[in-house]
Design a protein. Structure first.
Length: 145
């Protein structure tokens, strides 16, 4: 049920992210979510896209260093405390949250999160048992139409 995230290493210099997004645009790859972390010399761009296989191939063909990682994507209520519930469930069950980022979709009343955890299946099971719906790669398309 997990979602595949592509992590891309970029040199930390003006125009690097623009060049990456132009490449995605030229190849009609639609970004669903994005997170950027940087250090002095390089950045890591984490993206969720509509076509993981094609995107990965385009990146490699254009000499980008990238990798694919399974992450948990969840839909939660868009209200105060909804994030606390997710984080508490993970922590109480011994699941470490390595990083997280949010994304928007065309569904009123919902918020969407990407969660990087060591054990994707365990996290999805615990969240689902507690009424928090994990999203699949296929579900992503319906959220943006």
């Amino acid at each position: 049920m997990s979602v595949k995230q592509i992590s891309i290493f970029l040199v930390n210099q003006p125009g690097s992210l623009a060049a990456l997004t132009k490449l995605l645009q030229a190849n009609e790859i639609d970004l669903r979510a994005m997170s950027l972390a940087e250090s002095e010399d390089f950045g890591i761009v984490r993206i969720i896209v509509d076509d993981v296989f094609n995107c990965n191939q385009v990146l490699k063909d254009n000499n980008y260093v990238c990798s694919i990682t399974k992450v948990v994507a969840v839909e939660i209520e868009d209200k105060p405390g909804a994030l606390v519930n997710v984080l508490t469930l993970l922590g109480d069950n011994g699941i470490n949250l390595e990083y997280s980022y949010a994304f928007l979709a065309k569904k009123a009343g919902s918020a969407f999160l990407i969660l990087r955890v060591p054990d994707v299946k365990q996290a999805e099971m615990i969240l689902a048992q507690n009424g928090i719906r994990p999203i699949t790669q296929d579900d992503l398309s319906g959220l943006f139409d």
